[in-house]
Design a protein around this ligand. Sequence first.
Ligand SMILES: [Zn+2]
Length: 529
Amino acid sequence: MSPDAVRVELYDTTLRDGAQRADLSYTVEDRLRILHRLDQVGFPFVEGGWPGANPRDSEFFKLATKETLTRSTLVAFGMTRRAGERAPDSQALRDLLDAGTETVCLVGKAWALHVTDALRTDLDEGEAMVRESVAFLRAQGRRVFFDAEHFFDGYLTDPAFAMRVLIAAEEAGAERLVLCDTNGGMLPFDVARIVADVKGSAGVPLGIHVHNDAGCAVANSLVAVDAGAYQVQGTINGYGERTGNADLIPIAADLMLKMGAVDALPDGAVEHLTELAHYVAEVANVAPDSHQPYVGRFAFTHKAGLHTSGVARLSGAYEHIPPETVGNRRGVVASDYGGGATVRMKAVEIGLDLADEAIPRVVEDVKERESKGYTFDVADASLELLMRGASGWRQPFFEIESYRVHVEQRTPDEEPLAEATVKVVTKGSRHIESAEGHGPVGALDNALRKALTNDYPELAHMSLEDYRVRVLGEQHGTGAVVRVLIDTSNGERGWTTVGVSENIIEASWEALTDAYLFGLLHPREAEVA
Ligand SMILES: [Zn+2]
């Protein structure tokens, strides 16, 4: 490390603050999987939950403290004693100790208004709650990080009290003073100024914990580091209550690639950020954000014609970093202009050795399909299969013999149930599998998956992420044509396939079989070393 390198410490709270997101809930197993992945990538601190706040969190710590972690320190989060209570009598502090972690993160109120109006006690007691709670945890042998809740709002209205609370925590033995923008409304200018002010009075490293309500969480985290904060708290993909927490994915990349904080994660870890973002999304069952900075599927996808040919020749002039740096890939949107140059570039992107004479055929195929209602803007997997087909490639993985699906509602009160049967030949043997589903596409997916996993067990990792249908209107004097787009993920990357037909089942089946075919063509890479 060079002497002037920026020093930071990343602190992940995907499992605790991230779980506050409205549409998200983890099982205990999900949490353990995410914990291990964060440990593999090398986040120094992982906050696992709030023991005592709900039974699942306590159960998680029982299991998690038995796991072997190589790089991460597991942290339990909790509250100070209540007003008027003795620290040894505090159930909240007892729960925190019972979690059994060496390090704890204690949250306390730093905004005078909250002490007087929410806790309904005086400021002396507000300070004592923090001081005595930290001292009690220290006396029990814990390392303590102190989260100063609503610190920035508190500092703007009553800086003397906000500072009193921080100093009390430090004097009682807290190792980090984490300044929180709990309401998420701060702007970078204020954050930078306040962190620099506080830095002058604090004897231990500062941390920053911000929410994204004003759209500034990443920026606020970075300016805080620039102003002297050491610990950065956030969540993978920015999961969190309301608009979310600071997203540690762009924060880690910005810190390491642009701010000189080269030791923020271990060597090689930055290349796993794309995979990590997708993995956590998959476990959390949240559709990945295709436009997420650095790691989104389209983060390096270029569209305008001139621009695209420029990218092929001079990528550095059009991209802020090479996509491989963070484990992402460059993409090209191929359909708008259908020129040979774009097709050639797409071929290079997917590693396909496309002969010159195949290129006009691909352009022709794309045009013809688009006139029928196909779209290749996002259906990158279908486009790749089309290009491979035009160059003479025939897929060796499976042969569909037939499929069938029916939907039945036996009594008016019963949910209709779909059942599908698929006949497939793989590696010379014939598989006939049936499965049920809530809808016909789900049933077909289940049956096809069963049939293919006989010979391709790796497909068990694949899951359908999204299914979209659009009615394209009447064409050629026949019925309405529908277009189906299916997003699939294997936990490492996502892809989209398209199907078009007058029959919604047929269109779905086309997109579905292409999705599996693409999954077989591009198996998952080895897990993170
Ligand atoms: Zn928070």
